[in-house]
Ligand binder design. Structure first.
Ligand SMILES: Cc1ncc(COP(=O)(O)O)c(C=O)c1O
Length: 392
């Protein structure tokens, strides 16, 4: 048996959508992307959704946009509080925009930022918290929200791993001033490559639309950019008007069309992922050799994490060999502790207290895939392999 990290969630609908777009001959961002953005915003109960070519681009554009808002924009040298574990492109835009990172440890069970350390990480230069809900599990977003309100900080929610998760009935990705999502293969919905930035603030949405598209005013809704545009009478100049430094991270029409079909299936796929998670937890719960991710709020179960309990001195190498032999795919938990990577040497950062839990997850943990289909056989196989390999 093989138990892969990910599999396709596409059916005939996605293939038909691709064929339909190909027949139109319109490939770059247009009506399909607009329709997907509208459907996504409606599904997540937000005013604006802006699609890009990846979740990483959504993070990049989001950070860039915060440098151009009217009120207290970010400036180089400002500090951002971040969790020690996340994907590299949670952090890279912060470095690329000259921000200083203050790393906070994660909780060993939820794997999310330990919010009891937020006060300790705060300095007079702190301007933002970047919170991440790891692998489907909601971070303490309510606590981060109040902390940011109390200290007048931006709240950037990287929700690229947790589409459909919720906390206290509110969807992850909607707690922040802006939230980002990824629709890469293996994520909760897949558009090949893709990502979205969501926000309730028209100013941020407009900036994001301009920055994803060369810094061009063309596709901004009426707010600041178009108010200025009204003073420009000449269509010749209006056609090519650049209002902020930008990129080209536009999505393709194909991705928008696929996203519309995938979004219709999201609820059903979440249900299946949660059913798989219930089996995983029932098999592994109570076994002190394995530290599982503790659900906080309602997880969307991107995957299943296991940390081999360091107190039991289980040889991770032996466990990995057994999993490879058993055809089971596995990876480091969201890239592990970011400061353990070479890229960290390019960053301006400080750590706010020890990062002991992030190191434990890095050294003793891994995740295996969850899929939007019944994994009963795969999860039972995983349990049998681990039960044997982790024997003293
Ligand atoms: C937390 C987090 N942020 C950002 C990204 C980047 O998303 P993408 O792969 O769509 O660029 C990922 C990717 O999985 C992620 O896990």
């Amino acid at each position: 048996m093989t138990y892969d990290l990910a599999s396709t969630s596409w059916g005939q609908e996605e293939l038909d959508a691709i064929a339909r777009v190909v027949r139109t001959g319109q490939f770059t961002m247009g009506e399909e992307v607009r329709r997907f953005e509208q459907a996504f915003a409606a599904r997540f109960g937000v005013e604006h959704a802006v699609m890009m070519n990846s979740g990483s681009s959504a993070n990049l554009v989001g950070v860039a946009a915060l440098f151009h808002v009217d009120r207290r924009p970010l400036q180089r040298g400002d500090e951002v509080i971040v969790p020690a574990i996340s994907w590299a492109t949670t952090f890279h835009p912060l470095q690329q925009y000259g921000l200083k990172l203050r790393f906070v440890d994660v909780e060993l069970d939820t794997l999310n930022m330990d919010v009891s350390k937020l006060e300790q990480a705060l300095t007079p230069r702190t301007r933002m918290v970047m919170a991440v809900s790891i692998l489907g599990n909601p971070a303490a977003l309510d606590v981060v929200r109040s902390f940011c309100d109390q200290h007048d900080l931006f709240f950037f929610e990287d929700n690229c791993e947790s589409m459909g998760a919720s906390l206290g009935g509110r969807l992850c990705g909607t707690f922040g001033d802006l939230g980002t999502f990824s629709t890469f293969y293996s994520h909760h919905i897949s558009t090949m490559e893709g990502g979205l930035l969501v926000t309730n603030q028209a100013e941020l949405a407009n900036l994001a639309r301009a920055i994803r598209n060369h810094g061009w005013a063309r596709d901004c809704a009426p707010a600041k950019p178009q108010a200025e545009a009204r003073t420009i009478q000449d269509d010749f100049f209006e056609a090519y008007r650049f209002i902020v430094p930008g990129y080209n991270v536009r999505p393709l029409e194909l991705c928008g069309a696929i996203g519309i079909e995938q979004l219709k299936k999201l609820d059903g796929m979440l249900e299946t992922r949660r059913a798989n998670a219930a089996l995983f937890r029932s098999l592994f719960a109570g076994d002190e050799r394995f530290i599982l991710q503790r659900e906080h709020g309602r997880s969307s179960w991107f995957s299943f994490t296991i940390i081999l309990n360091p107190a039991r001195r289980i040889d991770r190498g032996r466990v990995m060999t057994a999993m490879r032999a058993g055809g089971i795919g596995f990876r480091m938990i969201t890239g592990g502790s970011f400061l353990r990577h070479e890229a960290a040497k390019f960053f301006d950062y400080e750590v706010a207290g020890p990062l002991a839990n992030a190191d434990t997850a890095h050294d003793h943990g891994f995740f295996v895939g969850n899929h939007p289909r019944d994994l009963t056989a795969e999860i039972r196989h995983l349990h049998a392999v681990l039960d044997e390999a982790a024997r003293p």
